[in-house]
Design a protein around this ligand. Sequence first.
Ligand code: G16
Length: 543
Amino acid sequence: MDIRTIATQPFNDQKPGTSGLRQTVPTFQKPNYLENFIQSIFDSQDNYQGKRLVLGGDGRYYNRTAIQTILKMAAANGVGRVLVGQGGILSTPAASCLIRKYQAFGGIILSASHNPGGPEGDFGVKFNTANGSPAPAEVTETIFAKSKAIQEYQILDADDVNIDQLGEYQLGEMTVEVVDPVADYADLMASIFDFDAIRKLLASGFSMVMDSLHAVTGPYAKEILENRLNAPAGTVRNSEPLEDFGGGHPDPNLVYARELVETMYGDNPPDFGAASDGDGDRNMILGRHFFVTPSDSLAILAANADLVPAYAKGITGVARSMPTSQAVDRVAKQLGIDCYETPTGWKFFGNLLDAGRVTLCGEESFGTGSNHVREKDGLWAILFWLNIIAKRGQSVEEIVKEHWQTYGRTYYSRHDYEGVDKSSATKLMDNLRSGLSDLPGKQFRGYEVTLADDFSYTDPIDGTTAEKQGIRIVFKDGSRIVFRLSGTGTHGATLRAYLERYEPNQDQQNQNPQTALADLIQIADEIAQIKTFTGRDEPSVIT
Ligand code: G16
């Protein structure tokens, strides 16, 4: 076996963000850049030699090249067997499913999620631990520390493996198993949902469209929706994963999933529309001329969980990230179950799910999931909605409006200011922080501040703490404004302002959210001086 030890020097920018290391493709193409980070992952782990690793990505540009490098490095570092998705494809939730099912010590997932791809686009590397969850902070901190001290890495001098052909291959002493990326995941979905009921729904004239945005969910959605659930051929649009996502931005929201939005808001639209992102962990749900906010979606899934076979016996608890609206809290209260508030980032749900404290969790950033894997899961959320519709026999809009009547409506919106100068964004946050103690008791347009803090979280299972997780300004009526800087961008800084107002009165539940939140939008600018610090008159993306 020809293992080479290559001398290298550290890079200073390999700190994993909200979800792994994300950089531009040209950054990852710098000599030794990918290798340093992968070696740092191996160096952060103990006793993995001889064990299994799961490997795959969302098919974006550089995926195939990176997979060959990682396979050779895994062989040189003593990994026993690597399960790699055929063609290098594995959605993030499918990778989590494989790690758990085949008891791997971890998984390396190659994706920059919803960020654009291509030679000038973004690339990313995420490491998931043996429970299938994104690596917790102590692991990512160790990886970062290793990356700052690295002097050499190990790589096998060998030919590339044919990752397009299912089967087993030998790479030095390591076995590479090229696996069907879809089958195990599709089986898992069939074990959770009432596929017979969904099949009947789809045979009854109910129409739907799923937009895979030329990203990883195409093959998964085709197998599950068209092959197993008999949806008509063509139900899944843009189903072929492309290295540059067809030039699009694989982000399932009202701005970037434009084609789907036009269909669902056009003449005679289908009954149901859905989309997922680059790596298949996000979801967007639409009805005829109707958009479901992710925060509402989480609350509605929780309120209807008893309609799904896997959750019919009840859910133990729910969790949401801090900026996610409090709609699910009201459902939890009614169900008499716990509701946890965690920092942004799916990794914070892992311990709660492992300990059985929560069954469902979700985030405002178009992510919802459950204890079936340890990642958010786009197709799972779409199937959950289909299962609910099949059982309730109502439209998306009817289900949501009935929910508002029962629990009240939580008006919600996120305003993103993308590509802001980093130092200006930092100054804005510092300025906000320094004024927090003066805010309680102050009135803004009739809203009185009752709490203003920088959110910190202590994990109830392992006691670890995470500080400075976003600035919360809470008003007397429960309305909130939250400010954070995104941890997933690669160009400048992205400021996110999250706005929320509760409306229990049924007569007031049909406003446009931007109108309903107009005062809070003004207050957000007044308190944070967004225009002054960013130089922007309006957000780049409103969701
Ligand atoms: C990632 C994380 C999510 C997070 C989202 C937005 O999603 O997994 O937990 O909510 O980023 O994070 P930020 O506000 O820091 O940009 P994904 O789909 O990009 O992996």
